[in-house]
Design a protein around this ligand. Structure first.
Ligand SMILES: C[S@@+](CC[C@H](N)C(=O)[O-])C[C@H]1O[C@@H](n2cnc3c(N)ncnc32)[C@H](O)[C@@H]1O
Length: 269
């Protein structure tokens, strides 16, 4: 009898998962969102990003200036992008609003092609892969300056929905999530556009659009995360808020930091 217990356990949790999926309005709308072009989002997560962008138009309409060639277009990087739901949202909005976006999507897993998206497969924790991503971004910027290859500062928005497979051990899961956030944040410091002294805050309706690039990262609520935010995010951005989109399951401790208007190193300002 004992030998079947794990099987029973996993089948009970599978049926719980199936039942939850069947009732979930965002899974349903993903399936039913097929339009006349037979389009449907690849992931339930897509709706979380739509919510975040509705609330923070800065994420698509950053008002950063830069001396580089990138003035004419915006660069968006999507980390942990598979199967591609968030990337689809960005790509669709870019077509809908005729935005000139260069989109880069990276994941450990395969991502089926998406129109006008540069896809990179690899582990973001590997320096080699991060350098490859930087080189690809640079190539789009036609930047041949060797000195600037490491420090490119042309990215408008970095999105990270990266999440390691859950181990079930809360401390370990928080550590893994923190590690992904730390590396994504370091990458952001080398690549986001920096607000210039005197650059204005614009307005779209009642929303403030801060100069400088933006960073969105998924994290798991924990005191270590709060400390990371207060030392590594708050001083570097004009505004940092925690968002828990309504599409994120209430029972999950995941949330997102939305960091707007990258200002650069507080020590050198
Ligand atoms: C929640 S899913 C992302 C869903 C995606 N935003 C969408 O809408 O389709 C998290 C992703 O993070 C990826 N991931 C986790 N660790 C990673 C790493 N070290 N490097 C690259 N991708 C990673 C996983 O492979 C997984 O596809």
């Amino acid at each position: 009898m004992r030998i079947f217990l794990p099987l029973l356990k996993s089948s009970a949790s599978s049926s719980r998962w199936i039942s939850r999926q069947q009732k979930d309005p965002y899974v349903k709308s993903r399936i039913s969102s097929k339009g006349k072009d037979n389009f449907s989002y690849r992931s339930r997560s897509s709706f979380k990003l739509i919510s975040l962008i509705n609330k923070h138009p800065n994420l698509l309409h950053s008002n950063s200036n830069s001396n580089s060639n990138s003035d004419n277009f915006k660069v968006i990087v999507d980390l942990g992008a598979a199967p591609g739901g968030w990337t689809q949202v960005i790509s669709n909005l870019s077509l809908k609003f005729n935005l000139d976006l260069k989109i880069f999507a990276l994941d450990l897993l395969n991502i089926e092609p998406i129109k006008n998206v540069n896809i990179i497969k690899g582990d973001f924790l590997s320096e080699k892969i991060r350098n490859e991503l930087k080189i690809q971004i640079n190539n789009h910027n036609n930047n041949n300056n060797e000195k600037e290859k490491e420090q490119i500062e042309i990215v408008d928005t970095i999105l990270s929905d990266m999440m390691s497979p859950m181990t079930g051990n809360r401390i370990r899961d928080v550590q893994l999530s923190l590690q992904l956030c730390q590396i994504a944040n370091l990458f952001a410091r080398n690549t986001l556009k920096i607000a210039k002294q005197g650059e204005e805050i614009l307005k779209i309706g009642n929303k403030r659009i801060f100069p400088g690039g933006n960073l969105v990262m998924k994290f798991f609520a924990h005191p270590d995360m709060d400390e990371f935010r207060s030392t590594e995010l708050d001083p570097w951005f004009s505004k940092v808020v925690v968002e828990k989109p309504k599409e994120s399951r209430a029972e999950s401790s995941e949330a997102y930091w939305v960091c707007l208007g990258y200002k650069g190193d507080p020590a050198t300002r």
